[in-house]
Design a protein around this ligand. Structure first.
Ligand code: NAP
Length: 289
């Protein structure tokens, strides 16, 4: 079994992007980071994105509206960023407060600045295999991890667990693309799928993105499979200072000995998400030149 080291691969990409940014003509790329309220997980995620930006030479602009911001006020804020020629990418950190329609907010961001890849236009471009669009960062990171780990998907059976718009669906569309690194046969499973273990056992590559701690057990995995664990779940653990530990959607102790390759949690897909956000921001800057 080989561990796929997301920290190392993400660091390689960050270093490559730094070189690319230094060679860009004109001003550096600029990423607007919008964080509504003080949700601790959002504070930590946005901080990571700010730190990664700084390490590459991307300028970040932090916008921190209060949790009481109205939908209309948030729209106005986004409209201002859309119109600002000094801003290349806009990221609105999820989750947003309950009184705000998140999908409407994601659609409000100009498609050409939607570095999270959640806009209808960018999802459409992904379906059409139009590479001018922005692909959602986590699924893009999964494909990058696979390629850089020497895993060819062509002709393989990829089983994706989860059909969310930010992970499962775009991951399935990417694996399905008519590209040399893709060309997989794809099955997508969800909460209504019947005989789920019978399907996951057919997977040459299993991508688990359901948000259920240690859901995938050894009896659900074909020996020799490649397993990508996207899940990030907090499980109570009295032995930890924080009172919890992070675990994926895969039961790592029993599944990992079976696999040819597997991503750990943390240190697998997570760091790739930030690296792909940086890559999308550099791409947006190039498109605005
Ligand atoms: P989500 O929007 O909640 O979607 C979960 C998907 O899993 C849904 O399609 C759901 O099916 C399916 N599902 C739930 N329970 C299931 C079950 N028992 N059997 C089969 N399918 C089931 O979650 P998400 O945003 O895609 O995130 C998934 C996980 O990835 C979470 O742990 C999240 O924290 C993690 N994540 C990690 C990163 C990263 O950077 N590492 C980024 C994003 C997300 P239905 O559609 O039928 O409800």
């Amino acid at each position: 079994m080989e561990l796929i080291d997301g920290n190392k691969i993400a660091a390689d990409i960050i270093a490559e992007l730094k070189t690319q940014v230094a060679a860009l003509p004109g001003r550096p790329p600029c990423l607007a980071l919008v964080r509504v309220g003080e949700d601790p997980a959002s504070v930590s995620y946005v901080k990571k994105k700010e730190t990664a930006s700084a390490s590459i030479g991307i300028t970040s602009r932090m916008i921190l509206p209060p949790v009481t911001i109205t939908q209309e006020e948030l729209f106005a804020l986004i409209d201002g960023l859309n119109a600002d020629p000094a801003v290349d990418g806009i990221l609105v950190q999820s989750p947003l407060p309950k009184h705000i329609n998140e999908v409407a907010v994601f659609r409000r961001i100009a498609a050409g600045k939607d570095v999270d890849g959640f806009h209808t236009m960018n999802l459409g471009k992904l379906a059409q295999e139009d590479d001018t669009g922005f692909v959602a960062c986590t699924p893009a990171g999964i494909m990058e991890l696979l390629q850089r780990s020497g895993v060819s998907l062509a002709g393989k059976h990829v089983v994706v667990l989860g059909r969310s718009l930010i992970v499962g669906k775009p991951a399935a569309l990417l694996a399905l693309q008519r590209k040399p690194w893709a060309n997989a046969t794809v099955t997508v499973c969800h909460s209504q799928t019947a005989n789920l273990p019978a399907l996951t056992r057919q997977a040459d590559v299993l991508i688990a993105a359901i948000g259920k701690p240690e859901f995938v057990t050894a009896d659900m995995v074909k020996p020799g499979a490649v397993v990508i664990d996207v899940g990030v779940n907090r499980v109570a653990d009295a032995t930890k200072k924080s009172g919890y530990r992070l675990t994926g959607d895969v039961h790592f102790p029993t599944v990992s000995p079976l696999c040819s390759k597997i991503t750990p949690v943390p240190g697998g897909v997570g760091p790739m998400t930030v690296a792909m956000l940086m890559q999308n921001t550099v791409k947006a800057r190039r498109q605005h030149t």
